[in-house]
Design a protein around this ligand. Structure first.
Ligand code: SPD
Length: 357
C-alpha cells in the first residue's frame, strides 16, 4: 500500500513538474510566439501548399483559421481569446478596425515585395499610405448564371432577379452588405446609403425576392452552382471564376444598376504575438511567384502587377474579373458607416433571412 502511495505522489510530482515546464516555455518571450504564426483568413482563400512552403522557408509553424464574414472576424478579434498574427478583412472593416485601435502599424521596410503591388490598389481611402494594410485580393459582387437553364431569359441586372421565371432558382452568398446591397442597388440607391427609410425599403423589396431564393449559403455555393443545382448565384467574382472553371457553361455579369468593388487586405491585429513573423508572412504572400500561385488556386483577382506575368493571358485579360475603368466607374466601395449604422444593416439582413425560411 505504502509503495502505491509513493508511486502516486511521484506521478503527481512529475505531472506538476511537466505542467510547470510547459507553462514556463509558453510564457518565455520569443518561444511560442516566434515559432508559430496564427493566420485568420476567409474560407477557401489560400493555396495551402504556400503555407507549407512558408513553414519550410522560415521554420515558423502556421496555425490557420478561417472566417466567413468580416463581422465574424471582428468579433473573434475583439474577444481576444486567440492571438491572431495576420488577418484579411475587407476595406470598410479595415477602416473600422483602425478606428477601434485594433491594428498594428506596418513596417514597410520589412515588406520588400510591396513594390510589386499595382499602385492603383495602394493608398486607398480606407487606409491612406497603407499604414495598416496590404492588398491581398480584390473583386466585384455579381451574378453567375447558367444560360442553359435560363433559355431565352437574359440576365443584365439586379432587377431581373425578381422575374417569376426564376422561382426557387437563386442561391445567395451569406453577407449582410451584399444582400442589402442588392436591395439598395435595385432601387438605384447607394451601397453606403444611411437613410433609414431607404434601407427599410431595400429590405422590404428584398423580402419580395423570397419566392425566387432557393437558399442563402456559404462557400458551398461554388459546388452547388457548378453542379447546376440552381440557375443563378449571387457571388463574389473570384467564386464565379472558380465556378466557371469547373463548369464552362456558366457566365458572370456585373449588374447594370451598379455593384460593389471590394478589396481584401492583410493586416496585423493588436492581438499579434509574432509581429516579425507576420511581416515575413505578408512579404512572402507578396512575392510575385507566390502571389501568382495563390491566384491560380483561389481564382480571385490579384493586385500584384508582377504576378500577372506568371498567369494565363486569358485570365488576366478577362474583363469580367479584371474590369476596366468603364466598368469600375459604376461600382462602389463599401464605406465604414459607423457602429450603429452597420448594426442596423445587420439587423435588417437578419429580418430578411428570417423571412426566407
Ligand atoms: N471564399 C473567399 C471569399 C472572400 C471574399 N471576400 C469578399 C469580401 C467582400 N466584402
Amino acid at each position: 500500500m505504502k509503495k502505491l502511495v509513493r508511486l502516486f505522489i511521484a506521478v503527481l510530482l512529475v505531472s506538476f513538474l511537466l505542467m510547470f515546464l510547459v507553462a514556463k516555455l509558453n510564457a518565455t518571450e520569443g518561444y511560442s510566439s516566434d515559432h508559430t504564426l496564427t493566420v485568420f483568413n476567409w474560407g477557401d482563400y489560400i493555396d495551402e501548399e504556400l503555407i507549407a512552403k512558408f513553414e519550410k522557408e522560415t521554420g515558423i509553424k502556421v496555425i490557420y483559421e478561417t472566417f466567413d464574414s468580416n463581422e465574424a472576424m471582428l468579433t473573434k478579434i475583439q474577444q481576444g481569446g486567440t492571438s491572431y498574427d495576420v488577418a484579411v478583412p475587407s476595406e470598410y472593416m479595415i477602416e473600422k478596425m483602425r478606428e477601434e485601435d485594433l491594428l498594428i502599424p506596418l513596417d514597410h521596410s520589412k515588406l520588400k515585395n510591396l513594390k510589386y503591388i499595382d499602385p492603383r490598389f495602394m493608398d486607398l481611402p480606407f487606409d491612406p499610405g497603407n499604414r495598416y494594410s496590404i492588398p491581398y485580393f480584390w473583386g466585384t459582387v455579381g451574378i453567375v448564371y447558367n444560360p442553359e437553364i435560363l433559355g431565352d431569359f437574359e440576365i443584365k441586372g439586379w432587377n431581373d432577379l425578381w422575374n417569376p421565371v426564376l422561382k426557387n432558382e437563386i442561391l445567395m452568398v451569406d453577407g449582410a452588405r451584399e444582400a442589402m446591397g442588392i436591395g439598395l442597388n435595385s432601387l438605384h440607391y447607394s451601397l453606403n446609403d444611411t437613410n433609414k427609410e431607404h434601407l427599410l425599403e431595400a429590405k422590404e423589396k428584398l423580402e419580395t425576392l423570397t419566392p425566387n431564393i432557393k437558399a442563402i449559403v456559404g462557400d458551398e455555393i461554388k459546388i452547388l452552382m457548378a453542379n447546376e443545382e440552381a440557375a443563378i448565384g449571387i457571388v463574389w467574382s473570384g467564386d464565379a471564376a472558380d465556378i466557371m472553371w469547373e463548369n464552362e457553361k456558366l457566365d458572370y455579369v456585373v449588374p447594370e444598376e451598379g455593384s460593389n468593388l471590394w478589396f481584401d487586405n492583410m493586416v496585423i491585429p493588436k492581438t499579434a504575438k509574432n509581429v516579425e513573423g507576420a511581416h515575413q508572412f505578408i512579404n512572402f504572400m507578396l512575392d510575385p511567384k507566390n502571389a501568382a500561385q495563390n491566384t491560380d488556386y483561389v481564382s480571385y483577382s490579384t493586385p500584384n502587377k508582377e504576378a500577372l506575368n506568371y498567369l494565363d493571358e486569358e485570365v488576366v485579360n478577362d474583363k469580367r474579373f479584371y474590369p476596366d475603368e468603364e466598368l469600375t466607374e459604376r461600382l462602389e466601395v463599401y464605406e465604414n458607416l459607423g457602429k450603429k449604422m452597420l448594426s442596423y444593416y445587420n439587423e435588417l439582413y437578419l429580418e430578411f433571412k428570417m423571412h426566407t425560411k
